[in-house]
Design a protein around this ligand. Structure first.
Ligand code: HEC
Ligand code: HEC
Ligand code: HEC
Ligand code: HEC
Length: 199
């Protein structure tokens, strides 16, 4: 019984290996799938939450990481791109443990990115923190936060992950800096700007 099961799985492995090895051959070009050669670019401004009822969020990436905005010093790439560092470095940053790509040995910085954008290993947040009800592109399932105290798990959808990542810092800035433009978590419209209807 078991023998019959094992063979097809093995064949699958071979097939997967073939696709991988053949990725530079003409046959592979017919496969629409991943195009690793497409050069990654660092966005200057990203329009997020495109489908949110409250309206989209304009996120100025270059001001946040280019040194213009300061959180008591320049903001490091990995403050947001938390998976872009070696697993060993995350030991001191619970609950974070996931790294991408698996087994990476580098830490994302502007320099690392400039050296080789495709090898720097940056993934869009949404490729893991998908919208509620949809499956993430890079993971088998939605990332979760496990509260070790209560045993409760919470799905880290785009909404939760972005809000938490953005708000934690803005809260501190608001606390420290008078007259800051940093959004407030309670003021939804400080980020979500309704699109003006053209009707
Ligand atoms: C710091 C900026 C910021 C503030 C303040 C903020 N949001 Fe968001 N919100 C975001 C971002 C960024 C996303 C996720 C974007 C994405 O997935 O593209 C998001 C996503 C969402 C989503 C999910 C949208 C979807 O369709 O995927 C909802 C709902 C939402 N926010 C509601 C709120 C409400 C309600 C408030 C006020 C209590 C609020 N937000 C305040 C930045 C903000
Ligand atoms: C304040 C948070 C923050 C910081 C700091 C930050 N980023 Fe980002 N970055 C984002 C967000 C949010 C996106 C959009 C993600 C999405 O669309 O899901 C993004 C997108 C990107 C993308 C495009 C990814 C893709 O596949 O679409 C690259 C490349 C990138 N960042 C590189 C960097 C580098 C290099 C640094 C440091 C020099 C950096 N980022 C610092 C939040 C940040
Ligand atoms: C490769 C997948 C992946 C990418 C890309 C990713 N995350 Fe996560 N994220 C996770 C996983 C998995 C967790 C659960 C904790 C862990 O294992 O690190 C998590 C946890 C989080 C948390 C909760 C941490 C806490 O303190 O509870 C936040 C906030 C977050 N991510 C924000 C972001 C933002 C913002 C981006 C993009 C700049 C991003 N993530 C990109 C997989 C990812
Ligand atoms: C590590 C700190 C930090 C993180 C993380 C962060 N911000 Fe900010 N943000 C700032 C600072 C600093 C300012 C500028 C405050 C000032 O100069 O008055 C700012 C300002 C803003 C503003 C108002 C000014 C503008 O550029 O339009 C928006 C909107 C904003 N952030 C959105 C976001 C979103 C969305 C995220 C999450 C994806 C995010 N921020 C994550 C530090 C941060």
């Amino acid at each position: 019984m078991h023998k019959h099961f094992v063979i097809p799985v093995f064949v699958l492995f071979l097939a997967a290996g073939y696709l991988f090895v053949g990725s530079n051959t003409p046959t592979a070009q017919r496969l629409a799938a991943p195009t690793p050669e497409k050069k990654k670019v660092m966005p200057e401004v990203v329009l997020l939450a495109k489908n949110a009822k409250l309206g989209p969020v304009t996120f100025n990436h270059v001001k946040h990481n280019g040194g213009e905005y300061s959180a008591g010093g320049p903001i490091a790439c990995i403050e947001c791109h938390h998976t872009a560092q070696p697993a060993a470095d995350l030991v001191s940053a619970p609950p974070h443990k996931a790294v991408w790509p698996a087994g990476r040995t580098t830490t994302l910085t502007a320099e690392l990115f400039a050296e080789d954008p495709n090898k720097a290993g940056v993934a869009a947040c949404r490729d893991c923190h998908a919208r509620a009800g949809s499956k993430p592109k890079l993971l088998d399932k939605m990332p979760v936060f496990e509260d070790l105290g209560t045993g409760k798990t919470t799905k880290l959808t785009n909404q939760l992950a972005f809000h938490q990542a953005c708000d934690t810092c803005h809260f501190q800035i608001g606390f420290r800096t008078e007259g800051t433009t940093a959004p407030k978590s309670t003021n939804c419209a400080s980020c979500h700007k309704p699109v003006k209807s053209k009707r």
